[in-house]
Design a protein around this ligand. Structure first.
Ligand code: G6P
Length: 365
C-alpha cells in the first residue's frame, strides 16, 4: 500500500491525527471476547518474578512509563534500561526474569544486541514491535504487535501511544494473573480504555490552542519539562520530541528533583512545561510549579479542567486536557507533548519529518 500524507502537511501531523483510529484498531485486536487476548502461547505473569525492559529512544520512555504500571497494578518488580548501556554492562539476569524489548522498527542494533544477550539467560523473551516481520520479533519467544500501521515521521508519535497501549494491557493482565485485580475492576479499566480514542479526538480538536503557545516557545533557547509519577516519563518524552524536531534544548526532570539542580536555571527566559493531570501527586507537582513561578519562570501547565481551576492562575499558559482515570493519563498526555513539539518546529521552520542528523531506525551502532 502506498503511504501518503492524506491531506496533512507532514507525516508527523498525519500520524498524530491517526492515533484515535490506530488505538481503536489495536484495542479491537487485543480485546476479543472476555478480557485481554494475547497471541499464542500467551504469558502467565503469576510465574514471573521480575521483568527487565530494554529499548532506545521513545520506545525506552514507553518502557519507563510501563514500569510504573507493572509495579503499581501488578506488584511486579521492573528494571528498565537503555539498550546501549544494558548490552555492555552485562548485568546478571537471574532465574525468574522475563526480558521484554520494545522497538517500533524491530531493527534497532542496540536493542537487538541486548535481546541476544538475554537469550539463554532470561526465562523468556518478549517483544513489543510495530514491524511484525522484524529481527527483534523473529528472535523473541513471543512478539506482540502494536498495530500502529506504518510510521514515516522520524519522531515517533503513534508508535509511542500504541506501545503504551500494549504495555498497559500487559500490566492489567499481569495484575489479574497475580491476583491483584478482580474481573470487575479489570472490566472497568478496559471500558475506560475503550473510550480513550474518543477522548483523544476531543484533545486533538484543540490543536490550534498549541499554535499560539508554540510560537512563543520557538523563541526560547532552553525549555524544561517537569512531571511526577506517570508524568515523569512523559516529561522525558516531551523534551525528546521537542529537541528532535525543533532543535531547542529541552530537558526533563522529575518535579521532586527540581531543587537538586535545575531550579538554578530558572529565569524569565526559560519556559517550563509542567505535565500535571489531577492525580495523586498533583498537589506536589503544583508546589514545584510555584517554586518555578516564584523565580520568574514562565509555566505552561498541561492539566485537566479541575487542575486548571485549582492551579491555573498566574501561569503563562494552560493547556486543558479531558479528564481520564490516572492509569490512562500517559496515553492522553502524549498528545499535547507531540503537538507542542510539532507546532514549535513549524514555527521555527525546521524539517519536521526529516530532522537533521536523525534516522528513523538506527540499525548500526
Ligand atoms: C531512533 C528514532 C526514534 C526511536 C528510536 C528507537 O532514534 O528516531 O524515534 O524511538 O530510534 O527505535 P525503535 O525502532 O527501536 O523503536
Amino acid at each position: 500500500t502506498r503511504i501518503d500524507k492524506a491531506g496533512h502537511k507532514h507525516f508527523m501531523a498525519k500520524e498524530i491525527a491517526e492515533q484515535p483510529v490506530v488505538l481503536s484498531d489495536a484495542l479491537a485486536a487485543y480485546l476479543t471476547g472476555d478480557g485481554i487476548a494475547l497471541p499464542d502461547p500467551g504469558v502467565d505473569f503469576s510465574r514471573i518474578d521480575r521483568l527487565t525492559m530494554v529499548a532506545c529512544g521513545t520506545a525506552f520512555y514507553a518502557c519507563f512509563t510501563a514500569k510504573y504500571w507493572f509495579e503499581q497494578l501488578a506488584g511486579l518488580p521492573v528494571e528498565v534500561d537503555i539498550a546501549s548501556e544494558f548490552r555492555y554492562r552485562e548485568p546478571p539476569v537471574l532465574p525468574g526474569t522475563t526480558a521484554l524489548f520494545v522497538s517500533q522498527s524491530g531493527e534497532t542494533a542496540d536493542t537487538l544486541a541486548a535481546l541476544r544477550y538475554c537469550k539463554n539467560k532470561a526465562d523468556r523473551i518478549l517483544s513489543v514491535v510495530n514491524v511484525a516481520e522484524s529481527s527483534i520479533a523473529r528472535e523473541s519467544d513471543l512478539a506482540l504487535p502494536i498495530h500502529a500501521g506504518v510510521e514515516v515521521g522520524v519522531a515517533s508519535t503513534k508508535a509511542f501511544t500504541c506501545q503504551l497501549n500494549v504495555l498497559l494491557l500487559l500490566a492489567i493482565k499481569a495484575a489479574e494473573d497475580r491476583g491483584r485485580l478482580s474481573a470487575e475492576d479489570r472490566d472497568a479499566m478496559l471500558a475506560a480504555l475503550r473510550t480513550l480514542p474518543g477522548v483523544m479526538n476531543a484533545a486533538l480538536a484543540r490543536d490550534n490552542a498549541f499554535e499560539h503557545i508554540a510560537r512563543q516557545l520557538s523563541e526560547a533557547r532552553d525549555i524544561l519539562f517537569l512531571g511526577r509519577g506517570l508524568m515523569y516519563p512523559l516529561a522525558l518524552e516531551g523534551a525528546l520530541k521537542l529537541k528532535e524536531i525543533s532543535y531547542i534544548h529541552a530537558e526533563a526532570y522529575a518535579s521532586g528533583e527540581l531543587k537538586h539542580g535545575p531550579i538554578a536555571l530558572i529565569d524569565k527566559t526559560v519556559p517550563v512545561v509542567v505535565m500535571a493531570p489531577r492525580d495523586r501527586l498533583f498537589e506536589k507537582t503544583v508546589s514545584n510549579m510555584q517554586e518555578v513561578m516564584a523565580r520568574g519562570g514562565k509555566v505552561v501547565l498541561i492539566t485537566d479542567a479541575k487542575g486548571a481551576e485549582i492551579a491555573g492562575q498566574d501561569v503563562w499558559h494552560v493547556i486543558q486536557m479531558p479528564e481520564v482515570p490516572e492509569i490512562l493519563t500517559p496515553l492522553l498526555y502524549a498528545l499535547p507533548a507531540q503537538l507542542l513539539a510539532y507546532h514549535t518546529a513549524i514555527a521555527k521552520g525546521t524539517d519536521v519529518d526529516q530532522p537533521r542528523n536523525l534516522a528513523k531506525s538506527v540499525t548500526v551502532e
